[in-house]
Design a protein around this ligand. Sequence first.
Ligand code: UDP
Length: 588
Amino acid sequence: MYHTAGIAFENRSGSAKRAKAIIFGRKEQVGDICKLIENSYSQVTLAETSRELEKSGPDKETFRLAVMTDSFSEKLSIGLLNRVRQKFAPENMICLSGEIEEDNEITLRSAGLIFLGSYGTFFAHAENIIKHTLNNGGNNAMKPEIETARNLEKRLKGARASGRSRRKRLSFLITSAIAETAARSIELLIALAVTVTLFIPVLLIRLITRIPSGQPVFSRRTVCGMAGQPITIRTFSELKGRMADLPLFLELFTGRLALAGTAIREWDTPDPNAEQAYISMVKPGIISLWDIRRTSKIAHEGREAIEWEYIFSKRPAYDLLLLLRALPAMLYSETTSAYDPVFRLLGLDIDNITMAEAVSLIQTDLRDNRQQAIYFVNPDCLNKMAGDREYYDVLKAGDSIFPDGIGLTIAGKLLQSPLKENINGTDMLPYLCRMAAAERHSIYLLGGKPGIADEAASNINREFGVTIAGTADGYFNHETETGRIIDDINRSGASILLVAFGAPLQEKWIHHHRNRLQPALLMGVGGLFDFYSGNVRRAPRWMREIGIEWIYRIMQEPGRMWRRYVIGNPLFLYRVMKWKLLTGSGNH
Ligand code: UDP
């Protein structure tokens, strides 16, 4: 007997086996699998639909096996695997499907499955497969047996394939082999080029300058290699920036590091948790998505989520694009990990905190019902501020100012006061809404052209489950209609008011009326509703990673935006440099 999600059953033998398994699929379809697994596992849980998956768990402690089948209500995909993994962190995952799409196969495999194949193949070797999942103990996600199981599975699938699917399979194998070989060749070529042109000259200079005075040329550290094994890597000691990493390119020849991979992580424990074990199934790379996002200050999701995004996207073409993205990102890279709590720029005190810290501060203020006016500043705002004393005074009177955009990151670098993260309203919204939904705060959207705030409201409500208490467009008569709007906001009972009139109108409006406004959080959010209503598209993530979101905005609205960016960006940098000269070291 087996039951639906959340209700488990005990092993027939009544033995004291502890292992738990979860199966995703329709009861009628997966009965045989349940029976098979039931013999070896003490507890098997069944989830038939996405709803049941959402409702169950999270249970990250004890699941040793998750079996996903194509009879589950949702198509097998990397997104589904990710959600299952986030809820249950199973040590082993199996995907069963009558037909596995080839382009889905590479990504599914890279998710660390121990078996991906048809029901027939699974049943033919179920005993072995299940044994693998039980016998390998806590860290079996990293054990070489898995490789054996995969190879076995591949061979079996190859042997059984019909004429047509064998051809398809063959062409799939050939294409992936070509792609892998091309990627490895590119990696070796780059390794060779960097070694000859950079590593050897720098090494020679350092040998000449450091050996006579007895100073070490390299420093060593132990990091987490593939499959969780510790490896010792060398960097140039006392050298700043990416130059220190030049010796890492030698590891491309040994194959211990990849050019693009998961981020290099210090080796701290022989016993990693399930997350780390999964992540370490992919080779660490000199370049990683995490490092790129962190450098561009947009690593808001946190390290593990970004590593997972990488693992799920990994394929040779993606890695190649990652390399291209790493080059401009290097321009913004900095070596320090010491951050000033406040970034002083052009007379403003800008909060230098992470997105998580910002949302947590807001959460506390909302709980205490302490009214806060929060503003974001980008280079365009600061250019406007230069000719608008009132705007400057309003910003000064605000409770927090957050740095928005790559221009502020560059300013931080120029003034030797690196920013922790880029915090803009559009990126903050998901975190703010999830927090608000959990804490039962509602939001009022004010601004944008007629209808836009309504469209944004329904999208935001659908996506994040937060209550939207009311909306109003931003084209009312400020002289005569402000009272009516404020009444509507206060009556709505919203704790959060997002004002989207564009800078500096929104900041001035908030400032002048904050005493009459009841919501605890008042925030100026610019074009946010345009993005969330779907009327204006946001630049793709890769453009934000390399700091060229502004080019995308010029392409969208050349008439309005070219002046803001083409003239505004250099003007802003000029102002930053002038500020640096005026204040000496800039930030102090
Ligand atoms: N807007 C408004 N009332 C006005 C002027 C502008 O509601 O009187 C809206 C406009 O429709 C747009 C937003 O304010 O949705 C400003 O967008 P912009 O892209 O200029 O803002 P940014 O994010 O660049 O500051």
